[in-house]
Structure formats: structure tokens, C-alpha cells
Design a protein around this ligand. Structure first.
Ligand SMILES: CC(C)(COP(=O)(O)OP(=O)(O)OC[C@H]1O[C@@H](n2cnc3c(N)ncnc32)[C@H](O)[C@@H]1OP(=O)(O)O)[C@@H](O)C(=O)NCCC(=O)NCCS
Length: 170
């Protein structure tokens, strides 16, 4: 042992008091133009139903806490709201910049994969910009494969960007 104190990491359902941290983590990523097609910063007020719009037993919203602080989050949402796609979900994962490269995103995705059966999930996708290499590597490490490429579908600061669909069956 190096003498470092082990961090306590806990994954749990998000609750409304987590929203400020969730929004802050998201806004940091919005600004990078790497992770999301959302261009403007969001507010807690705008996103007040974000957690309520998820359901713990079907499309959960989880946070990962480190020593009681929200350090990352993951959402599972319907892929396309049509009955035939009901077993397919879209995953999004965001980690506070201060807590990256500590395995938090991997842990959250592993939890989603482990609980997929009980959540009624048969296939999972991540919709990831083709220039978001950290995310593509992350999903690739968790058994996701490239299922599609939508060329030049997002305009970010005057540059057209491709969207990669990373998917895996459960
Ligand atoms: C992508 C992101 C979620 C990774 O979170 P993280 O907790 O730092 O990732 P982990 O520590 O679990 O890393 C797991 C693997 O992902 C890959 N990875 C993560 N960050 C990386 C980076 N900066 N560069 C290259 N690979 C990276 C690596 O393969 C890594 O495995 P390794 O550490 O054994 O090399 C994080 O950078 C983030 O929040 N980015 C902004 C939001 C985003 O783009 N989300 C994806 C869209 S849904």
C-alpha cells in the first residue's frame, strides 16, 4: 500500500439535490464541443425534470459519488420512442474533470451492463461524436462495437462533425 486513503465510491439513483452537480458536470462538457450537440449552457431550472423523467426500474439516472461528492453520472434513456425499440437504450456518461481517469465511467458502464437484463434492456448504444476519442475508447473497452457512422450531421462552431453509433447487445 502507498499509504493513500482508499476512496469510497458509490453508485446510486440520482435525486433532485444532485442536479446542481449534474448540471455543472454537463456544462463543462458542453463547452468542449466534444461530447454533446447541446450548444448552450443549461440551468438547473431548465433541467428541473431531468431526473424525474427517468425511472429507476427501466431508464435510470445514476450518479457515482466519491466520498459523498457527485463525481459522475450516467443516464439510460429510450433509443427511439417506438414500441419495437423498447429493449434498446441510449447511454450517456459524464465525469467531473477533477475525477477523470479513475475508472468512474468504466464502473458506471459496467453497472449498466450488469443490470441490463433486470432493466429489460436487450441492446445499448452510445451516440458519440467521431472526434470524441476518449469516449470511443471507453465504449470500445466495454465491448461496444461501431454500428454506424452518420457523416457531417452536427454543426459545431462552424465545423460539420460525424456521429458514431457504438452498440452492444446484452
Ligand atoms: C469520456 C469520459 C466519460 C471518460 O470518463 P473517465 O471516468 O475518465 O474514464 P475511465 O477512467 O473509466 O476510463 C476508461 C477508459 O476510457 C478510455 N479513456 C478515458 N479517458 C480517456 C482519454 N482522455 N484519452 C483516451 N482514452 C480515454 C481509456 O480507454 C480508459 O481506459 P484506461 O484508463 O485503462 O486507458 C470522460 O472523459 C468525460 O466525462 N468526457 C465528457 C463527456 C463525454 O464525452 N461523454 C461521452 C458521451 S456519452
Amino acid at each position: 500500500m502507498s499509504g493513500a486513503v482508499a476512496e469510497q465510491i458509490k453508485i446510486r439513483d440520482a435525486v433532485d439535490v444532485d442536479l446542481a452537480a449534474i448540471v455543472r458536470i454537463y456544462n463543462d462538457a458542453v463547452a468542449t464541443r466534444m461530447s454533446t450537440a447541446q450548444l448552450d449552457q443549461v440551468t438547473v431550472e431548465e433541467r428541473k425534470n431531468w431526473i424525474k423523467d427517468h425511472s429507476p426500474n427501466r431508464h435510470p439516472f445514476w450518479v457515482a459519488e466519491i466520498d459523498g461528492e457527485v463525481a459522475a453520472w450516467l443516464t439510460i434513456k429510450p433509443f427511439i420512442p417506438r414500441c419495437a425499440y423498447s429493449g434498446t437504450v441510449e447511454l450517456s456518461v459524464y465525469v467531473d474533470q477533477r475525477f477523470r481517469r479513475r475508472g468512474l465511467a468504466r464502473m458506471l458502464l459496467e453497472e449498466a451492463i450488469a443490470r441490463a437484463d433486470s432493466l429489460g434492456i436487450t441492446a445499448m448504444v452510445g451516440l458519440i461524436f467521431a472526434h470524441n476519442e476518449p469516449s470511443l475508447k471507453l465504449f470500445g473497452q466495454l465491448g461496444f462495437e461501431k454500428w454506424g457512422l452518420l457523416p457531417r450531421v452536427a454543426l459545431l462552431d462552424g465545423v460539420y462533425r460525424d456521429l458514431t453509433i457504438m452498440g452492444r447487445h446484452v
